[in-house]
Design a protein around this ligand. Structure first.
Ligand SMILES: Cc1cc2nc3c(=O)[nH]c(=O)nc-3n(C[C@H](O)[C@H](O)[C@H](O)COP(=O)(O)OP(=O)(O)OC[C@H]3O[C@@H](n4cnc5c(N)ncnc54)[C@H](O)[C@@H]3O)c2cc1C
Length: 595
């Protein structure tokens, strides 16, 4: 491992100060200047040390740790949770790596790093709601991604990830570019899934796609490479030579209420996964995402609490690329797919066999057809066509024809506010941010049509996410939930249901244009099920450069600090590809550079 001689000299002076347990006076005697000696005296006692510390063992942290170790560094990987994986282990395992992978070549898919770069920086691509997916990406960061995309695919395969044997496609893609199919799918094989506690059916183990097939092989590779993995260790802060100057020297972490300090001889890599679980932090980007948006995808297993960003900001790091988090496209925010439970992301069902089912509490009712429910706000009023979807995103084949950089890509898009999320977020007209709770209202016939079991473990009655009653007025009165800011007026809900039933008679929704409302809500029992939109991705975070070094507010590199994945800003791409590529870049540079 390369380290510059000046850096080595500084470390050995620090070693002297530390091993003698000396204070400022001794440090001055040891040849340090007064200022440096004062700084040394502020340093903690180091409980452990490594060349590279990686914080967070998810989609970016595991590749970072493996790369650093394979480039000769002694690596400590700390993880707050009881197991590795973060959001990634729960993910769909769809990995958008292109640019000329061996898999693309095998199936005659034309792609190149330049094509990836131009796709992901194409100003001309916009969504039907007017929001552009790629316009605000940081070109330096995207260039690094484009150049490392295909090599990362090969690297993942070499490190044990088994991709389903088929041509790359667009399945699972959000903002992965229009020119070529780039989605590869990690096979779950025999690994038990966190959300179910068991492996998938062996018949689909090699053909399904799941994050467990991405994470567990990397965990094996990390241990094989000698990475020391410390579970239930949560970084609380970074240690810098001066509060806002000098190198990052290590971290403070908590483990079972004890604080320990770990020294990083080369650098610290923040791979903590973003800020979607931190209400105040995510509201920097979107003021509407108040606390009632409490079903963050990935919770209650993995919490993206912005601890990496906050630690970075405390030592002078800058934020970057805020638009990508506020922009209304892709999976930043998703319509609820499962109702009657807190954690309602469509693609994540918590089953009773999961080791954390006691935290998730319910599986939820998967809504197959939004004709079977109406959605009302906390005052019992409908607000939009329930069958409308979430924000969209541009991926392979979304635009036909597509010509990179052509103004026609935008000119050919027809404006359409085709999602209900903004209406949901608008709220009830009071001077309070956030939409307030949204409830799906339906009757006994709808439950039969959907084949729902309206009792635990499917619905969460105990914590106030599901209610039933024999009349609409009684249902409104039954709704008690800590986010319901005022009682739902029974008369309002009765009016809403009666009006909707009249739309079914008329075959026309005169209020919100729901296409031919099909079913009346008139057969008891009546139900109210929690149906809040789900916060999903973080796409703005700490400013990094192409080497994944963290940059401060003056535009300078913070020596010894790296960031990768959802905690880093400047990049609109969803998920695993961005994270694994940046993790590798950060890991390699932290091991060899010691800037
Ligand atoms: C249900 C679901 C499905 C998804 N499906 C896909 C998909 O199919 N394809 C795709 O590309 N993307 C998908 N994603 C997104 C993808 O999983 C994430 O973008 C990716 O995992 C983010 O990687 P990361 O390394 O930034 O964070 P994570 O993978 O979340 O890892 C961060 C880790 O850091 C730990 N941590 C946080 N703070 C600290 C701290 N202070 N100290 C120590 N440890 C800490 C966390 O516990 C966590 O383990 C999905 C996400 C979810 C939730």
């Amino acid at each position: 491992m390369k380290r510059d001689p000046e850096h080595k000299k500084n470390l050995s002076r620090r070693d002297f100060v530390k091993t003698t347990g000396a204070g400022v006076g001794t440090a001055v005697l040891a040849g340090l200047g007064l200022k440096e000696a004062q700084a040394q005296s502020r340093l903690p006692h180091w409980d452990k040390e490594a060349d590279v510390i990686v914080v967070g063992a998810g989609a970016s942290g595991l590749p970072a740790a493996i790369e650093a170790a394979e480039h000769g560094a002694k690596v400590i990987l700390i993880e707050a949770n009881f197991d590795v994986g973060g959001h990634a282990i729960l993910s769909g395992g769809n990995v958008a790596l292109g640019g000329g992978t061996s898999r693309q070549k095998k199936y005659n898919v034309e792609d190149s790093p330049d094509m990836v770069f131009r796709d992901l920086t194409d100003w001309s691509v916009v969504e039907p709601n007017g929001f552009p997916d790629y316009r605000y990406n940081d070109k330096e960061i995207i260039r690094a991604f484009a150049d490392n995309s295909a090599p990362t695919y090969e690297w993942l395969v070499a490190h044990g990830v088994i991709f389903v044997e088929k041509a790359p496609d667009g399945a699972g893609g959000t903002a992965d570019g229009n020119s070529a199919p780039r989605e590869n799918h990690a096979a779950p094989m025999a690994w038990p899934q966190m959300q179910t506690g068991k492996p998938v059916d062996p018949a689909i183990a090699a053909t399904d796609s799941s994050g467990v097939g991405f994470i567990r092989p990397l965990e094996v590779a990390a241990r094989k490479a000698g990475v020391e993995i410390l579970l239930k260790h949560k970084m609380s802060s970074l240690v810098r030579g001066e509060p806002s100057a000098g190198r990052i020297l290590g971290i403070a972490a908590t483990h079972e209420s004890e604080t320990l300090h770990i020294r990083a001889r080369n650098g610290v890599i923040l791979a903590t996964g973003g800020s979607s679980s931190n209400v105040n932090f995510r509201r920097i980007f979107d003021t509407r995402l108040t606390e009632e948006y409490n079903g963050v995808a990935g919770e209650p297993y993995s919490f993206q609490d912005a601890s990496g960003e906050l630690a970075g900001l405390a030592v002078g790091a800058s934020l970057w690329g805020a638009y990508n988090d506020a922009g209304e496209f892709g999976l930043r925010l998703a319509k609820a797919g499962r109702i009657g439970c807190q954690y309602g992301y469509r693609n994540l069902e918590w089953e009773p066999g999961s080791p954390i089912f006691h935290l998730a509490r319910a599986r939820g009712l998967l809504v197959r057809n939004y004709q079977n429910v109406i959605l009302v706000n906390q005052v019992g009023l409908r607000f939009y066509d329930e069958t409308q979807g979430s924000y969209t995103s541009n991926n392979y084949n979304s635009l036909r024809p597509y010509t990179q950089g052509s103004y026609l890509n935008a000119a050919d898009i027809k404006y359409h506010p085709a999602n209900f999320l903004d209406a949901a977020l608008a709220g009830t007209g009071d001077a309070v941010n956030g939409g307030g709770p949204i409830w799906a209202i339906f009757d006994g016939n709808a439950a039969k049509r959907e084949e729902w079991t309206v009792e635990p473990p499917y619905v969460d009655i105990a914590e106030g996410y599901f209610f039933s009653a024999n009349s609409i007025a009684a249902l409104a009165a039954a709704i008690v939930n800590k986010y319901q800011r005022r009682p739902m007026p029974g008369a309002a809900l009765e009016n809403t249901v009666a009006r909707y039933n009249s739309f079914v008679d008329d075959g026309k929704d005169a209020d919100f244009g729901k296409p031919a409302p099909k079913y009346k809500i008139d057969t008891p029992p009546f139900y109210a099920a929690w149906a809040m939109p789900v916060v999903h991705d973080t796409r703005a975070g700490l400013r990094i450069n192409a080497k994944c070094q963290v940059i401060d507010f003056s535009g300078n590199v913070i020596p010894g600090l790296y960031c990768a994945g959802e905690s880093a800003g400047g990049f609109s791409l969803h998920g695993l590809a961005r994270c694994s590529v940046q993790g590798r870049i950060a890991g390699k540079n932290a091991a060899i550079e010691a800037s």
